[in-house]
Design a protein around this ligand. Structure first.
Ligand code: NAD
Length: 260
């Protein structure tokens, strides 16, 4: 199997894109540390389900807005599953409000989770990758790492930031056998998207259908949501040896959104 013996940490993998990526990595033989929030019973069922693919699967509910929790998560992954070979920085959140009404604590939380958490996981995981001369760092950015939308100041700022972090780290480790890339999906059908519909309905005075067709998919020329399995397939490709020359890239998967 492609990733037999490798260890992967996938942040924000109790749901949505992260869960699909974690499942994909495990199906290729990687040991996986899951992370995220949710109902304890449902998370344990997910963990056991992925483990039934025949690999060791752990779970750590670290709150990634807390640097000390990130340090514990990385240490626990290495101690229980082995040093991290594949790091997927995926956990993220959204809040929608005009910038002059944007709650300060939401700004701080979004920057901490969507950007600063990746700085911490990367700085903590890199020494082991360098020591073994192989590594894959995959950051889930967004079309919002390339273009903006109104009322998403914190999210757009954080996603532009992670695209810059990706490029910088890629250059720093370019000769160390480690690639660093981000995947930038357009709208993917996940709880994160579903949950922002009520806020957008309120902010813009629209119906649910109008938000879906005229706001969310308005910029996505295919008029189709991206699927979590499509994102997972690209992440898996980046783990292959054939992808060794892809580094520092911001890979759009957005139904043509940012081609406009
Ligand atoms: P999701 O809400 O389904 O999953 C988010 C995950 O992050 C969950 O596992 C959640 O428990 C976890 N999480 C939230 N806060 C956390 C915290 N403080 N500490 C640790 N984990 C935490 O969302 P998703 O759509 O799968 O999003 C995953 C990533 O993809 C995010 O970075 C998001 O910005 C990005 N993205 C999503 C879309 C989309 O349309 N869904 C588009 C582009 C980019």
């Amino acid at each position: 199997m492609l990733l037999e013996g490798k260890t992967a940490l996938v942040t924000g993998s109790t749901s949505g894109i992260g869960l699909a990526v974690a499942r994909g990595l495990a199906a290729e033989g990687a040991k996986v540390m899951l992370n995220g929030f949710g109902d304890a019973g449902a998370i344990e069922a997910t963990r056991a389900d992925i483990e039934s693919l025949g690999v060791a699967v752990g779970f750590d509910g670290a709150d990634l807005t807390q640097p000390e929790a990130i340090e514990r998560l990385v240490r626990r992954t290495a101690d229980t599953l082995g040093p991290i070979d594949i790091l997927v920085n995926n956990a993220g959140m959204q809040h929608v409000a005009p910038v002059d009404q944007f709650p300060v604590e939401k700004w701080n939380q979004i920057l901490a989770l969507n950007l600063t958490a990746a700085f911490h996981t990367i700085r903590l995981a890199l020494p082991d990758m360098k020591a073994r001369g192989w590594g894959r760092i995959i950051n889930t950015a967004s079309a919002h790492s390339l273009v903006a939308s109104p009322n998403k100041s914190a999210y757009v700022a954080a996603k532009h930031g992670i695209a810059g972090l990706t490029k910088t780290v890629a250059l720093e480790v370019a000769q160390a056998g480690i690639t660093v890339n981000c995947i930038s999906p357009g709208y993917v059908w996940t709880p994160l998207v579903e949950n922002q519909i009520p806020d957008t309905m309120r902010a813009r005075g629209l119906t649910r259908e109008a938000v879906m067709n005229d706001v969310l998919l308005a910029a996505q020329p295919t008029k189709q949501f991206v699927t979590v399995d499509q994102v997972a397939a690209l992440a898996l490709f980046l783990c292959r040896d054939e992808a060794a020359a892809i580094t520092g890239a911001n890979l759009s998967m957005d139904g043509g959104w940012t081609a406009q």
